[in-house]
Design a protein around this ligand. Structure first.
Ligand code: HEM
Length: 359
């Protein structure tokens, strides 16, 4: 006889008040069990995020004081975002309905090495993080990189990949790549240095659910297309560039004219892998142009401001919800661990960590 049948028989024998009390007790136990299971899952995710940050440290000789565990070298730019009419049809998110909202954008090299030369192969894929400053005083983020996919579908696989890359014996990474196709594709895909951050295409990788005012939802992925067009350097041109050419180029461009990107949302079709960021969807999928980013200035205290800013993919607003992509939750925790480490002692960081304002 199973446990449910035993409990049912036991309840049937009780008088009514005792039965109600017993049912109440069982309900409390069930809620307690669920809460406990959730707490255990959260603690396992935090533990995994911590291990990934440690693996990044092992790879990049970190922790590097005041720097991010990944994407440590960056440049901050300010401007605004103007949504299209199509944005309002896709989602009820505030910034898709406003006339225009201010944005803070951080472009970055991949490695967790704050002094990495921009032409170094470990500077790819580049990052682009966007913070939309909303009319109600809140904010929401997009975190994207210049590769349409990811080397791992799960955080566990990402940990394995980072540890294999750091292993002194090259056979370890060879063995990992032989058994992990997404990591192999990532390792083998050329990722040339861009002429400029303004000539790179960036991908949001994880899917989100966009819901409009009528309650209609679509899954989609962000893509940022440079309006200057994509342009890359060959090996010789990359080698000839100074170590900080990307920040210099941005300053130079902005002196002449704004730098612009089209924000696109690529929509999933039936059968597309919604919860697996390691798999790019076919290029033929419809993409909605939801707005234009126009970047105009470099803030005066960019280095200090960069340190104080936390961009995370789960800092969302009503109308844009996460998919069940397992990377998202662990990313969120890893970014917070790295943020607390580089900036946690400040009053502002304590407030962000306490209130969860920037999730
Ligand atoms: C489980 C998967 C991932 C983990 C654990 C992870 C971990 C991290 C960590 C620890 C940081 C430093 C954050 C900070 O100090 O503020 C970071 C930054 C960054 N990551 Fe990831 N990452 C993951 C997946 C991704 C994916 C899929 C993308 C691309 C869509 C991405 C793009 C970036 C970018 C652009 C930054 C720089 C953020 C900024 O400018 O502040 N990461 N990542």
């Amino acid at each position: 006889m199973d446990l449910v049948s035993i409990v049912c028989r036991f309840l049937a024998k009780l008088v009514r008040p005792a039965r109600i009390a017993a049912l109440g007790f069982i309900a409390i136990l069930a809620v307690f069990g669920t809460v406990q299971a959730q707490a255990q899952a959260q603690s396992a995710q935090t533990d995994l995020a911590g291990k990934i940050v440690q693996a990044m440290d092992a790879l990049f000789a970190g922790p590097n004081a005041g720097a991010r565990a990944a994407h440590a070298k960056g440049v901050l730019v300010e401007g605004n975002f103007t949504p299209t009419e199509a944005a309002a049809l896709l989602s009820r998110a505030d910034h898709f309905h406003a006339a225009t909202v201010p944005v803070v954008v951080r472009f970055s090299n991949f490695a967790g090495v704050p002094t990495i030369p921009d032409g170094d192969p470990n500077a790819s894929p580049r990052g682009m993080s966007i913070k939309f400053l909303l009319p109600d005083g809140g904010d929401t983020d997009i975190v994207a990189h210049a590769y349409n996919g990811f080397p791992a579908a799960t955080p566990e696989d990402l940990l394995g990949f980072l540890q294999a890359v750091a292993a002194p014996d090259p056979a370890v990474i060879q063995q990992f790549l032989a058994t992990h196709p997404a990591a192999k594709t990532f390792a083998e895909t050329p990722k040339p240095a861009p002429v400029s951050y303004a000539t790179e295409t960036f991908y949001g990788v994880s899917s989100f659910r966009f819901t409009n005012s009528a309650g209609i939802s679509h899954y989609g992925r962000y893509r940022l297309e440079p309006m200057a067009g994509p342009a890359y350097l060959d090996k010789a041109a990359t080698a000839a560039k100074p170590p900080g050419y990307l920040a210099d180029d941005m300053a130079e461009r902005l002196r002449k004219q704004p730098v612009q990107f089209r924000l696109m949302v690529q929509l999933a079709a039936s059968g597309d892998a919604i919860n697996d960021g390691s798999i790019a969807w076919p290029a033929t999928r419809r993409a909605v142009h939801v707005g234009t980013l126009t970047l105009r200035t470099l803030p005066a205290n960019g280095e200090a401001t960069q340190r104080s800013l936390l961009f995370t993919p789960l800092n969302l607003v009503a109308g844009i919800a996460p998919s069940a992509d397992p990377l998202l939750v662990v990313r969120n925790r890893a970014y917070r661990i790295s943020y607390a480490r580089r900036y946690g002692a400040s009053a502002e960081a304590k407030e962000i960590i306490r209130t969860g304002r920037t999730q």
